[in-house]
Design a protein around this ligand. Structure first.
Ligand code: NAD
Length: 354
């Protein structure tokens, strides 16, 4: 008998619900049995429950230990803070994994790119420790800096801990082994930030000793950006602190065809939330226009995670086949297909073969 899974679903807002609908239909066509616990977050949750991230959403993900999530809009300047960042913090989803693979048929200047970006998710300049100009705290830090910081500066703090660095680097090596990868590259700016980024590299060297079967190397972020543009095919698994990881994942998404095809996953200890790299693209809301591939490939990562490797491969092959043929693809891939038409083409491949 087919196994059944219970998974929390956050359709999100903007274009989120449109692509989520397509993903549910495509998953159903693989024959997998999933009971979805559908939850609202963001603006609509704010209106109904007075919070963008109700406790029952967190409780559902904690119970099921797994969620599939559409993008959620973060108001700029005013309103609530990012639901996406809050989810990562509250569930201690410390590792963000973003595979960047070039599929045949996607327009790109490159060939053979198959990179995995592993980003630390909990600390660094994202920790939100910031002080306003002329605040008591900023003045104290300026005094401590003995002339290195100009008076009246605003200050952001960059915490990097041994615990979080070892944990993310260990995760990257484990990911490399489980996914038959050969090399892990740690990336920072340790020549300038000797203590924070220096600690990240120190942890890299230590952790690498446990995994002699995987090659380990260190690169500086500026040089690495150039190398990724010039010869991305020589890299394999990249591991980075939070802010560099954020920037490099978008760079790598650009190498393989843009945000429409870039999937992602956030992992904690025995808990995972799968989501596309892209946001809610509010300007396209309701137009049935955006590419469902990024969320579909995130769902493929989810199938692998729950052990449904065969169905994951069927799904990936169907997506790859539709992209490679190029007839039923969305605008960002040079086509005119609607979100639902691309989804239907993928379902056809799943049902009747490539
Ligand atoms: P975005 O990713 O929503 O869109 C940027 C551009 O990328 C779009 O205008 C579009 O041209 C393209 N694009 C994005 N997704 C696409 C798709 N599926 N198919 C085709 N093209 C696609 O980024 P933004 O406009 O900066 O952010 C919009 C909102 O989303 C903001 O409120 C932001 O905070 C939020 N956001 C959420 C997440 C998340 O939920 N994890 C991630 C990033 C941004």
């Amino acid at each position: 008998m087919n196994k059944s899974y219970t998974i929390t679903l956050l359709p999100g807002d903007g274009t989120g619900p449109e692509i989520t609908d397509v993903v549910l239909k495509v998953l159903e066509s693989t024959g997998i049995k999933i009971q979805w616990e559908i939850m609202e977050v963001g603006e609509s949750a704010m209106e109904k429950y007075g919070t963008p991230l109700p406790d029952k959403v967190l409780a559902s993900i904690k119970k099921n230990k797994i969620a599939l999530k559409g993008p959620v809009t973060t108001p700029i300047g005013t309103g609530f803070r990012s639901v996406n960042v809050a989810l990562r913090q509250k569930l201690d989803l410390f590792a963000c994994v973003r595979p960047c693979k070039l599929y045949k048929g996607v327009k790109s200047k490159y060939e053979n790119i198959d990179l995995i970006v592993v980003r630390e998710n909990t600390e660094d300049l994202y920790a939100g420790v910031e002080f306003m100009p002329e605040s008591k705290e900023a003045k104290k830090i300026i005094e401590l800096s003995e002339g290195k910081i100009a008076k009246g500066s605003a200050i952001s703090i960059k915490p990097i801990s041994r615990k979080a660095s070892e944990r993310i680097i260990d995760f990257a090596f484990n990911y490399a082994i489980k996914n038959n990868r050969k090399k892990v590259t740690a990336i920072t700016k340790a020549n300038i930030m000797k203590f924070t980024d220096g600690l990240f590299f120190e942890c890299g060297k230590e952790v690498a000793k446990k995994y002699p079967q995987i090659e380990y190397e260190e690169k500086l972020i500026d040089n690495m950006c150039m190398q990724l543009v010039q010869k991305p095919e020589i890299y394999d698994v990249l591991v980075l602190p939070n802010l560099y990881g954020d920037i490099v994942s978008d760079l790598c998404a650009g190498l393989v065809g843009g945000l429409g095809v870039a999937p992602g996953a956030n992992f904690g200890d025995n808990i995972a939330v799968f989501e596309a790299v892209h946001g809610s693209s509010p300007k396209y809301k309701g137009q049935n226009k955006v590419n469902p591939t990024a969320l579909l490939l995130s769902a493929k990562l989810m199938l692998e995670y729950i052990g449904e490797k065969e169905k994951a491969t069927i799904l990936e092959n169907a997506i790859a086949s539709v992209i490679s043929e190029g007839k039923k693809v969305t605008y960002d891939l040079g086509g005119t297909a609607k979100t639902t038409e691309m989804g239907d083409a993928i379902i056809e491949r799943i049902k009747y073969g490539n």
